[in-house]
Design a protein around this ligand. Structure first.
Ligand code: TMP
Length: 255
């Protein structure tokens, strides 16, 4: 088992030092949290599935020219990514009312929104990820107006592409959360790239015909069959990993 230096441990993933400078290894855990860490649990096999699902979606996005941090999947639970400076903003794109927007404005869940809506939340668990505006983002120096413009353009493009991709496999992309980072090139140029992951942990995915939830809301709302829902998304994408002994345990870490 490789010994790796741990860089950062998040709620669902761990980042380790990568094999070359400027790279990191992103390890996907089975741990699940909701409501900013107030609810905790385990979704067996989630890390393996999210590693595959995110690999698949990042590859498709790279193919259409959306820059991402993703390099390649290494094994069942790990992928190699580029080291980026994470912008501390969670970008939420919504197509259909669900979750917090449904509660905030008293809109019935499942109501299509008049157009796609982009929202920003400041990434800070202690503050419960407060919703923020472009004013807050620029005034507090979390990102520049040019960076926000780039983030909106990329987010809308990702939304268009993924909405079509999911519809093709009978899934409605209700909403999702993205994170972006700054990738510094040796020339000194900086590029905004998609980072983190795209998986049923941070998307709302509903069956297009029945509206059955195929995402983390099954965990958040104690609906049962959480594992089955994640597997169904992977199955429809044609990437369900064969069950077998190939699961990779977490590497030993060195401090
Ligand atoms: P919300 O309706 O709870 O605001 O969530 C909107 C979308 O963002 C939903 O697909 C879940 C995702 N999300 C995260 O990935 N992380 C978070 O911390 C929150 C609050 C939402």
């Amino acid at each position: 088992m490789a010994r790796r230096r741990m860089i950062y441990e998040g709620k669902a993933k761990v980042l380790f030092e990568g094999p070359e400078p400027g790279t990191l290894v992103q390890y996907f855990k089975d741990d699940a949290t909701a409501f900013n860490n107030k609810k905790k649990g385990t979704i067996t096999g989630k890390g393996v599935l999210n590693n595959r699902i995110s690999e698949y979606l990042m590859n498709r996005l790279n193919e259409i020219g959306v820059p991402t941090h993703f390099i390649r999947r290494l094994n069942m639970r790990e992928q190699l990514v580029r080291e980026v400076e994470i912008i501390p903003i969670e970008v939420v794109i919504r197509n259909v009312a669900a979750g917090s927007i449904a509660t905030r404005f008293g809109i019935a869940e499942g109501t299509p929104l008049p157009r796609s809506i982009v929202e920003y939340y400041y990434k800070n668990d202690e503050l419960n990820d407060p919703m923020v505006s472009e004013e807050h983002i620029t005034a507090f120096g979390w990102a520049t107006i040019q960076e926000i413009d780039e983030i909106i353009a990329l987010s809308l493009r990702i939304n268009d592409y993924l909405s079509g991709l999911f519809l093709g496999i009978g899934i409605k992309l209700v909403d999702f959360k993205l994170e972006f980072g700054r990738l510094w090139h040796e020339s000194g140029d900086m590029q905004i790239v998609l980072a983190d992951e795209i998986s049923p942990d941070n998307c709302r995915l509903w069956d297009a015909k029945t509206n059955e939830k195929l995402d983390k809301d099954r965990f958040r709302r104690d609906m049962g069959n959480v594992e089955g829902a994640y597997q169904e998304v992977a199955r429809r994408l044609g990437i369900l990993p064969e069950a077998g002994p190939a699961d990779a345990p977490a590497p030993d870490t060195v401090q």
